[in-house]
Design a protein around this ligand. Sequence first.
Ligand SMILES: [Zn+2]
Length: 254
Amino acid sequence: MFKAFRILILLLILAGVALGAWRSKTRSVEWKYDLPVNIYPVNGDGSENVKQFLRTLTANDFKPIKTFMREEADRYDLASSASIEIRLGEIIEAVPPAPPRNGNALEAISWSLRMRWWAFRNADMTGPGPQVRMFLVYFDPAQTSRLDHSTGLQNGLIGRVNVFASYDMAKQNNVIITHEFLHTLGATDKYDPATNQPAYPDGYANPDLQPLVPQRHAEIMAGRTPVSQTEATIPESLNDVVIGGLTAQEINWQ
Ligand SMILES: [Zn+2]
């Protein structure tokens, strides 16, 4: 009897967590108010260089993300409320758990739960309503040449993004941050993971362009600009990126 009661309580807690996640998922893309996007810098390699760099960051460094979202919302004729508010949070000393490299579904779920718990423990949010939390894990480019992949979770509205601690990379960092941020709102990847080549047609900024390649812009969830059938380049900044039709649908813009 007691055991059945315990299981019932556990099930109720799980149902509560699932319901909460579902509600913030749907409410995050209502676009009735500016959606708060909290950014938390993290020192990824513990180096003094990154530590110094993090101290110089301001909310202004991430303003291009808000501008991009606003300009793209305009293209889809959305009301002026369909925007985001960037809030720069405190530097977080702990490093969030890294996602499994080639993990199976169970490992991915286990990481997602640990990540949500970690975020709950380490990142404060103020104010009501759904809010996104983006953890930017910075690395010194002099020590790290290649970054592990970044992730955005729709459950919990959490992003974990690996970026370079360098002002030369700031514009490209904003492209990656925006990509992962849109994952938290339900946008899906639009490239072939085997080749990194954008998927046609949804990964193309202008799928009707004649000739089709080279494209001038990248679709944000494809991440690259197709310049030929087999080659694609990394956009330099959000000025070279658009939100394509399918991504717009996925984030409830259409
Ligand atoms: Zn992605």
